[in-house]
Design a protein around this ligand. Structure first.
Ligand code: ASC
Length: 150
């Protein structure tokens, strides 16, 4: 019976179905998940950008809160890029799945940049935030240019 318990748990939580997308019931759920993470990331990145570009007064606490959210969000979209989800309500290009190593590198670069942005925001130094914001924006853009329609 040592094997039966984990097996029963696996069946209850559905982890034996559709191994390529174990966390999502339907392909569309994976698309929605990654878009949701990217939307929250973009919103908070934009709040930092407004301060970095002088469009909003610098508020160190708000910047640090947003940077922490950006760092966390940057870890999430990737599991939503389930094979075959270049269809439906998405701008994801099929290249994502034919160049997976390169796509993963781009995702990792973003996560490294957002970690630096979060570290900079914690110091409360606006110049450091501006530098890290610029680098992170380059990572966003590079990935969009390569892997997103229009
Ligand atoms: C944003 C946002 C992006 C990036 C990108 C940077 O605020 O939503 O996708 O910055 O435009 O070039």
């Amino acid at each position: 019976m040592k094997i039966a318990a984990p097996l029963a748990l696996a069946l209850v939580f559905g982890s034996l179905s559709a191994p390529a997308s174990a966390q999502f019931q339907r392909p569309d759920d994976a698309v929605k998940y990654r878009k949701a993470a990217l939307t929250v990331m973009s919103n908070h990145f934009g709040r930092i950008g407004a301060m970095a570009n002088g469009r909003a007064p610098f508020d160190a606490k708000a910047a640090a809160e947003s940077a922490a959210i950006v760092e966390t969000m940057s870890k999430l979209p990737w599991e939503g890029f389930v094979a075959g989800t270049d269809k439906g309500d998405t701008r994801a290009l099929p290249k994502i799945w034919t160049e997976q190593a390169k796509f993963n590198e781009a995702a990792e670069r973003l996560q490294a940049d957002t970690a630096k942005l979060n570290a900079a925001a914690k110091t409360g130094n606006l110049d450091a935030i501006k530098t890290a914001f610029g680098a992170t924006g380059q990572s966003c853009k590079a990935c969009h240019d390569a892997y997103r329609k229009d």
